[in-house]
Design a protein around this ligand. Structure first.
Ligand SMILES: Cc1cc2nc3c(=O)[nH]c(=O)nc-3n(C[C@H](O)[C@H](O)[C@H](O)COP(=O)(O)O)c2cc1C
Length: 258
């Protein structure tokens, strides 16, 4: 099927469904909680997180003033509150957080608030703001993170049903569409398979070469290095692996037998 062109203005929707988090920030006695789909981990070390926020939003003002924000992970049961918080602005409605149905608590580390009942929270101090067109990228430095038991190195999805946003208007109706995932599929790692293929390939190459002239370990490593275009350390690993597995043998006087 031929591809159809997608307009630049809606190309971002190709990334949907996207995880929707709630961003909270507070300054003076003002609080806000706003849904954001443009949120990602930017760096592991240091731990940095990015959120792309429109300067027209109230949360933008609060983050700039307070230099702090929190990323709150909500489960599907809070989807209506998240949607309401995405429809109204704290600039015009001072009761926005309450009207959305959220209660805020003091954050643990940063001068902000977090959502009561969030399954996970990442508290950030503002590292920098990078203007990127009609949104600004706020880069947040990790200050604290905590999660309910459902997170144990990774989410197990027993409690947490991520809110995946997939667009606001379909078939002319004004509705937000959220996809909520629960299915957890376990797929075995393929790395062993890939490794086996490389080992078979290496063996074939060494057999071919050995027919032409005898090999010893260092020649075999060189052959693998050159033929497979691998790092020297990986070539050594492969040859030694084949030796250990007794798939190749170097006889006395550097003679090779397979
Ligand atoms: C599911 C969803 C995701 C959104 N993602 C973002 C986002 O990533 N960045 C952004 O600036 N606005 C985003 N918005 C829009 C803001 O949430 C919306 O403009 C909100 O009313 C702003 O509130 P505030 O002015 O109180 O901050 C999103 C809205 C929804 C419903």
């Amino acid at each position: 099927m031929p591809h159809k062109n997608v307009e630049p203005s809606i190309a971002y929707r190709l990334l949907y469904p996207g995880l929707t988090v709630m961003i909270t920030s507070s300054w003076a006695n003002l609080d806000d909680a706003t849904p954001a789909t443009s949120c990602t981990a930017l760096s592991f070390r240091p731990a940095l997180f990015g959120i792309s926020i429109s300067p027209q939003t109230f949360i933008h003002q609060l983050i700039r003033k307070s230099k702090a924000f929190a990323i709150n992970l909500l489960s599907a049961k809070d989807i209506r509150s998240a949607s309401i918080a995405g429809d109204i602005s704290g600039r015009f409605n001072t009761r926005k957080v309450m009207d959305s149905g959220f209660t805020l608590l003091k954050a643990k580390k940063v001068n902000s608030k977090v959502i009561r009942g969030a399954l996970g929270v990442i508290e950030c101090s503002l590292e920098k703001r990078i203007p990127t067109g009609d949104h600004d990228l706020f880069v947040g430095k990790f200050e604290a993170a905590y999660a309910e038991a459902d997170f144990s190195g990774y989410w197990t999805f027993n409690e947490y049903l991520p809110i995946l946003y997939s667009g606001s208007t379909r078939n002319g109706t004004r509705h937000r569409f959220a996809q909520i995932s629960k299915h957890f599929v376990e797929i075995p790692y393929q790395s062993d398979l890939a490794k086996e293929q490389v080992i078979d390939h290496t063996l074939r190459i060494l057999r071919d070469k050995a027919r032409q002239h005898p090999l010893d370990r260092s020649i075999a490593i060189r052959v693998v290095y050159e033929e497979l275009n691998l790092r020297l350390s990986d070539s050594k690993y492969l040859v030694d692996h084949l030796l250990r597995q007794k798939k190749i043998r170097f006889g006395h006087g550097s003679k090779t037998s397979y």
